[in-house]
Design a protein around this ligand. Structure first.
Ligand SMILES: NC(=O)c1ccc[n+]([C@@H]2O[C@H](COP(=O)([O-])OP(=O)(O)OC[C@H]3O[C@@H](n4cnc5c(N)ncnc54)[C@H](O)[C@@H]3O)[C@@H](O)[C@H]2O)c1
Length: 413
């Protein structure tokens, strides 16, 4: 059981960010309540079933058994917490603008239960000013009159689901408090669970840094996707170009082409930046163009794949391999393979898919049959994909992942 002297942490949102944080904190000696407004998720967690790949059922079960972790959907349970972190989704709305509904909702739900002296940290990604102008005013409006002094900080999470090297603990963490005391408390908290904590002068710098990191990736992926469209028609393998350029020891960083960008971060965070720019009567055309280039990449992929189909582009049967937004995860949020599938169907082709980590997708089930396809598109190199079998059947494969370069029957993007 958790000891009475254990420091108490409440984490709001038990997904890809919140659950690994919870397990890291348990490991570092914190007593953790994992808050989530999905009662189904809470039930699963308390039953020892992890909803994210980076946390095994065994790790979760150990944390539950130690008495240092439990999940709950009752916000009253945060009333003993010394530290409360918010790790809820910050997606885009239908206009592709920031949707802070979950962040505002979680903040409002927590406010009445924050104890005096508690530190509230927002880990959710958002535009500069979110802690100061969104989170804190909601807390001030809804807090209990008994919570004399509260502390506030931001510490944008950088976790990379499925990454075997960089995790919650060994990835340096940006931290900034709204005032000196908040800053010191937040630094101490993150020092207790992370190997390296990077102090940042203001919450706005930390929030902007997070957007810069992911916008940097979007723009560079956009550049390499554009480069791919230039090299392809000239018969130049762009991946070989990237590999050759990578031999330069300074001033170059390799990015690889693909079907587009997916997940909760790269396609989303840069649009928080473009929206924020517009609020300040400014523009970010380079980011907008990169976003457009990546969003349209599936059309080029479809053209390249259909050129390999023996049916000469008419009513082809296309097999999509890998539909998650990246390898090693089952997460299909914002997967660019959705655009590819819709585009191929619109062109009149028959599209089936398979992904060893995804059981259902877009209300469809994966194909069990590998025969009878004119072409296969390796969109995401998921572990366990039957590439050798598909090669043996003789189905041409367009490899968008640069995993099987030079193999018979396989063409790289
Ligand atoms: N997934 C990533 O790779 C990643 C990496 C770095 C940063 N982030 C950022 O971290 C934040 C969380 O992302 P995620 O991927 O963990 O999301 P997620 O969808 O995996 O998990 C979020 C959890 O929050 C719960 N939730 C939603 N609204 C709630 C509310 N009002 N109260 C309580 N619980 C609520 C959901 O039920 C869900 O379980 C986002 O801002 C995201 O941009 C994500």
């Amino acid at each position: 059981m958790a000891s009475v002297s254990q420091k108490s942490l409440a984490i709001i949102g038990q997904g890809y960010v919140g659950l690994p944080l919870a397990m890291a904190a348990v490991e570092s000696g914190w007593s953790v309540i994992g808050l989530d407004n999905s009662s189904a998720r809470v039930e699963k967690l308390n039953g020892g079933q992890s909803p994210v790949e980076d946390i095994s059922n065994e790790t979760l079960a150990n944390a539950l058994q130690s008495g240092s972790y439990r999940a709950s959907s009752n916000f009253e349970d945060i009333s003993n917490a010394d530290v409360v972190t918010i790790c809820v989704p910050t997606p885009l709305d239908e206009k592709k603008e920031p949707d802070l509904t979950a962040l505002r909702g979680a903040t409002k739900s927590a406010a009445p239960y924050l104890k005096s002296g508690a530190l509230l940290v927002s880990e959710s990604t958002s535009y500069p000013g979110t802690l100061r102008n969104e989170v804190i005013p909601i807390i001030e409006k809804n807090r209990s009159t008994g919570s004399a002094h509260l502390f506030f900080a931001t510490a944008p999470e950088r976790v990379n689901p499925g990454d075997q090297v960089w995790n919650q603990k060994n990835t340096p963490r940006l931290v900034s408090g709204i005032d000196k005391e908040s800053h010191d408390k937040a630094m101490n908290f993150y020092r207790s669970i992370c190997d390296a904590v990077v102090p940042v002068e203001t919450p706005e710098i930390a929030e902007a840094a997070k957007l810069l990191e992911n916008t940097f990736r979007l723009v560079n992926i956009g550049l390499i996707n554009e480069f791919t469209k230039l090299c392809g028609p000239a018969g130049i393998d762009v991946n070989k170009v990237v590999t050759a350029a990578s031999s330069k020891p300074y001033g170059f960083m390799p990015f690889r082409p693909g079907v587009g960008v997916g997940g909760h971060c790269i396609p989303v965070d840069p649009l928080y930046l473009t929206w924020w720019a517009k609020q300040n009567n400014l523009a970010s055309p380079m980011v907008e163009l990169a976003e457009k280039t990546n969003t349209e990449m599936h059309k080029y992929v479809a053209d390249r794949a259909l050129a390999l189909a023996p049916s000469h582009n008419k009513n082809a049967r296309v097999l999509l391999l890998g539909v998650a937004y990246k390898a090693g995860v089952s997460d299909v949020r914002e997967t660019p393979v959705s655009h590819l599938r819709a585009h191929l169907i619109n062109l009149g082709h028959v599209v089936e898919w398979m992904d060893p980590l995804v059981t259902t997708w877009e209300d469809t089930n994966p194909t069990k049959e590998l025969k009878g396809f004119d072409v296969a598109i390796l969109a995401v190199d998921q572990p366990g994909m039957p590439i050798a079998e598909i090669q043996q059947i003789g189905i041409p494969i367009l490899d968008c992942t640069n995993s099987f370069s030079g193999q018979s029957g396989i063409q790289t993007l």
